[in-house]
Design a protein around this ligand. Structure first.
Ligand code: FAD
Length: 393
């Protein structure tokens, strides 16, 4: 005989734990199942161990989805301020960093402990180290078979996250289950991940590995000004991680390596003031020396300013203010912070996160086609969607 619950949640990560606490506080009998040894492994490693748990300025525009409006309802009903209040009530010390990002002062485990405490004090059962071997729809509810027992629940919540970092237990379980129940899944790809180059371009920039500059990066869909880091495989840093979630194979990026400065103006002024100076030296007033040299070489390697025509200087300036590069790929799920794409929001209620075609089946968190930008937005989506479902299951 299966053990019977009102709600079974698969995935004891950010969204699953949030949902479990909310549902159990409503008096629902809740079971959370996870194949991992520990709950909330991604919370634990997030934000360099300090968990960037939300963002003061979170708004729907910070999320990527085929339907950018889908996230509005859940984000409105459980906002960043609601989560901050939970953190404050739990006595967790935190601080604000740039762009409104909030981090724990001590450790990300403070957040895990808070979520687990909310679950256990309200009577939710957490069962870890449990492999799910089968999920079936019954006339009323669901039957979940595992290597540690059979369970039945009136509702079933899938909170198994995305593909990122398979090493700590990420799987495509939720996506596969969605397909099996006839739901559409928006094709997935790695997001918030470094971008890589190949061939000639990689050969040229490899030597710049370690150099960081403030840059403005644009694609046809997004525009970020943040730090950019050259690596031995391509480009990284917050500006690149951000744009990677909007980047599709073949897309060219436009990079302004001296945002807010008109490089042509700087070069013409230098030409008049110090005509004997090398172009590369003049560019090095804007950028690190090695990067300056690479960009000047890309423009044909002109020598002294006085010997260089304005047209060539314009070419150099264009490379500085509008460098165009086409990455060959990304570093993929191995290092990605999120998975872009997922369960198609057309098949879900934006209010409850319940599927439209399978009553009682819910999808929350990263498994859904809602992806946050860098800065605490992905956790906010996990909290908001977990809360929304938790109120209805
Ligand atoms: P998860 O938290 O990934 O939880 C999914 C759970 O499901 C896991 O416990 C997993 O073990 C379980 N599971 C998976 N497959 C199965 C299966 N087949 N059977 C049983 N259980 C299964 N976001 C931020 O907002 N701020 C940050 O600072 C931040 N830092 C990050 C740093 C790193 C290195 C990474 C990888 C991500 C970071 N993120 C951050 C993103 C954030 O961690 C995720 O978006 C968030 O955890 C998603 O929550 P979730 O509950 O949907 O999924």
């Amino acid at each position: 005989q299966p053990q019977v619950f009102d709600t079974i949640i698969i995935g004891a990560g950010a969204a699953g734990l949030m949902c479990a606490g909310v549902a159990a506080m409503r008096g629902r009998r809740v079971l959370v199942l996870d194949h991992a040894q520990n709950v909330g492994e991604k919370i634990r490693i997030s934000g360099g161990g300090r968990c960037n748990f939300t963002n003061l300025f979170a708004k729907p525009e910070n999320f990527v989805s085929q339907n950018p409006r889908f996230c509005i309802s859940a984000l409105n009903r459980f906002t960043q301020h609601d989560f901050i209040k939970m953190v404050q009530d739990a006595g967790i010390a935190y601080h604000e960093r740039e762009h409104g990002q909030l981090f724990c002062d001590n450790s990300a485990t403070d957040i895990i402990d808070m979520l687990v405490k909310r679950c256990t004090t309200s009577g939710a059962h957490l069962q870890l180290h449990t492999a799910i071997t089968g999920v079936e729809k019954l006339d009323s509810g669901f039957r979940v078979e595992t290597d540690r027992g059979i369970f039945a629940g009136t509702s079933l919540v899938i909170a198994t996250g995305g593909y990122s970092i398979p090493k700590i237990g990420a799987t495509g379980f939720g996506h596969a289950l969605a397909k099996r129940f006839g739901l559409r899944v928006v094709p997935t790809r790695a997001g918030l991940t470094p971008l890589t180059f190949e061939g000639e371009l990689l050969n040229r920039i490899k030597d710049l590995s370690g150099i960081a500059v403030e840059a403005r990066i644009r694609s046809n869909k997004a525009d970020f000004t943040e730090a950019l880091l050259f690596t031995h495989r391509g480009l990284s840093g917050p500006a690149i991680l951000q744009i990677s979630s909007y980047w599709n194979e073949g897309d060219t990026l436009r990079i302004d390596l001296a945002p807010g400065q008109d490089a042509f103006d700087v070069l013409i002024t230098a030409k008049h003031a110090t005509p004997k100076q090398d172009v590369a030296t003049a560019v090095a007033t804007l950028l690190p020396k090695r990067l300056a040299k690479l960009l000047v070489d890309e423009a044909g390697g002109p020598g002294r300013l006085c010997e260089t025509g304005d047209k060539t200087l314009k070419r150099v300036a264009d490379i500085i203010n509008d460098w165009r590069v086409t990455p060959s790929g990304s570093e993929g799920y191995r290092t990605a912070e999120v998975t872009v794409g997922g369960v198609d929001t057309r098949d879900l209620s934006s209010k409850t996160l319940e599927t439209k075609t399978v009553p009682g089946l819910y999808f929350i968190g990263e498994v859904v086609d809602v992806t946050g930008e860098l800065g605490g937005f992905n956790f906010q989506w996990a909290w908001s969607s977990g809360f929304a479902a938790g109120q209805y299951v």
